[in-house]
Design a binder for this molecule. Structure first.
Ligand code: GLU
Length: 467
């Protein structure tokens, strides 16, 4: 059974790097019919842990990842950590260290002077005497000396380090009794029966220490997969400045969750040159052995491209549902399908689509200055008035884009006009600017009566404006 976990620290939101780690862990568990667990690493930041868990669950729900079972909170497991620390003390695999901060600083200073790497010198490792008074001890693990630790990372390959180079007898419990980071991670992964740890390669240097703890407690060592970071286009670590970091920001910006997941899965993993993956396909095809060995760069254009792809693919019901989030309710709009198809032709985000929908459905409150200057001159008012009368007197059916197109053609013929003489007038009357989808589509969407009103409004505006 493959058991993976996602173990975020509670920052109050789920960032996209975290979501990618979670996605890979999720896919690997699901592919193997295993379990995907969630653990909140809140030993330091207890205050925020409930909100953080909520934020993560909200983001998971939005993108459609489900974790198995209850969430594990580290802050609720202190007694368990304590008992493991006691076990190590009892077995003489850990010990109390009474070194004061001043002593530690002094040691560090002298090591620096001698150009040595600062490290604890093991002075209490075999201490049998009377402890100094008034010092609350920390607990240190007896790390193996001059021992090679080797593990086969699922992405990086074989990693081999000498304990002398990467650790000293590191602290597993602070003087107030609280356990330290590497200790609790090792305990939790064991207690949660995690078999496969997929995490960012910024944790690579922690792994040998965690292995020391596994070994001291006789735990099975899980498989590790350290995934390269996501970099910004200039090759630096991704930061807030490079784009939204909070996953839910992407919802607010009008991205579809399947576009974001598709974007993230490809950011560091590939399957041939395939670009489009449904979640089901990802589950079938994902294998950590195909994760890139080098870091990948965040590419905002690619995300937009994927998003427009998924917007085009979505059913009408889906688009209507998604647009509700942006306060656009198309459910009772006649010709909503025409509107959706017309807008998604070019829309890159739902937010943009929602804005354009509003521009069409709501009467313009004002008219774009540049458009007015450029297109509403000379005989524009006269043409608008003629078209208004033509519409008012029109006897035929006027509902579909094609019917509007035919009517307009007929009008142009009768008045010896060309499309360029009238298209922008109609467009400005409907949306207030010189940009919109096809005028036939938007005329059909607003309908004959509303079109008449909007043309009247524009004529009024031109009258006032010309005085
Ligand atoms: N809590 C760590 C983090 O948010 C992850 C620890 C792990 O995956 O082992 O970076």
């Amino acid at each position: 059974m493959v058991i993976t976990r996602f173990a975020p620290s509670p920052t109050g939101y789920l960032h996209i790097g975290g979501l990618r780690t979670a996605l890979y862990s999720y896919l690997w568990a699901r592919k193997n019919g295993g379990k995907f667990l969630l653990r909140i690493e809140d030993t330091d930041l207890k205050r925020n842990s409930i909100e953080a868990a909520k934020a993560i669950e909200e983001a998971f729900e939005w993108v459609g990842l489900e974790h198995d079972g209850e969430i594990t909170y580290q802050s609720k497991r202190f007694d368990i950590y304590k008992s493991y620390i006691q076990k190590l003390l009892d077995e003489d695999k850990a010990y109390y260290c009474y070194m004061t901060k001043e002593e530690l600083d002094k040691l560090r200073e002298s090591q620096m002077k001698a150009k040595q790497r600062p490290r604890y010198d093991g002075r209490y490792r075999d201490f049998k005497g009377t402890p100094p008074e008034g010092v609350k001890p920390v607990v240190r693990i007896k790390a193996p000396t001059n021992e090679t630790i080797t593990f086969d990372d699922g992405i990086k390959g074989e990693i081999s380090v000498n304990t002398d180079d990467v650790m000293d007898d590191f602290i597993i419990a602070r003087s107030d009794g609280t356990p330290t980071y590497n200790f609790v991670v090792a305990i939790d992964d064991h207690d949660m029966s995690v078999t496969d740890i997929i995490r960012g390669d910024d944790h690579l240097s922690n792994t040998p220490k965690q292995i020391v703890i596994y070994k001291a407690l006789g735990f099975d060592i899980p498989r590790f997969y350290h995934i390269p970071m996501i970099l910004n286009p200039s090759g630096k670590k991704l930061s807030k400045r490079d784009g939204a970091m909070d996953v839910m920001e992407y919802k607010k910006e009008g991205y579809l969750p399947e576009a974001l997941l598709n974007f993230l899965v490809r950011l560091g993993w590939s399957h041939g040159d395939q670009e489009i993956f449904s979640l089901q396909e990802m589950i079938e095809l994902f294998d950590p052995k195909d994760i890139n060995k080098s870091a990948s760069a965040y590419n905002a254009e690619k995300l937009l491209w994927l998003n427009s792809y998924y917007i085009k693919e979505a059913s009408y019901e889906r688009v209507i549902k998604e647009l509700k989030y942006f306060d656009v309710d198309l459910s009772s709009i006649d010709k909503k399908e025409i509107l959706i198809d017309s807008l998604r032709e070019r829309a890159k985000t739902l937010k943009e689509m929602a804005q354009k929908t509003k521009n069409i459905l709501d009467r313009p409150k004002n008219y774009d200055e540049k458009a007015v200057k450029k297109f509403l001159k000379n005989d524009a008012k006269e043409i608008a008035e003629k078209f208004l009368i033509y519409l008012q007197e029109y006897k035929g059916k006027l509902r579909t884009p094609l019917e509007f197109e035919e009517a307009l053609k007929d009008f142009m013929e009768k008045n010896s006009l060309k499309l360029k003489n009238i298209a922008q007038i109609i467009r400005i009357s409907i949306v207030g600017t010189a940009v919109s989808p096809s005028i036939y589509d938007i005329m059909a969407v607003v309908g004959k009566d509303e079109l008449i009103t909007r043309i009247k409004n524009l004529i009024n505006f031109m009258e006032v404006n010309n005085e």
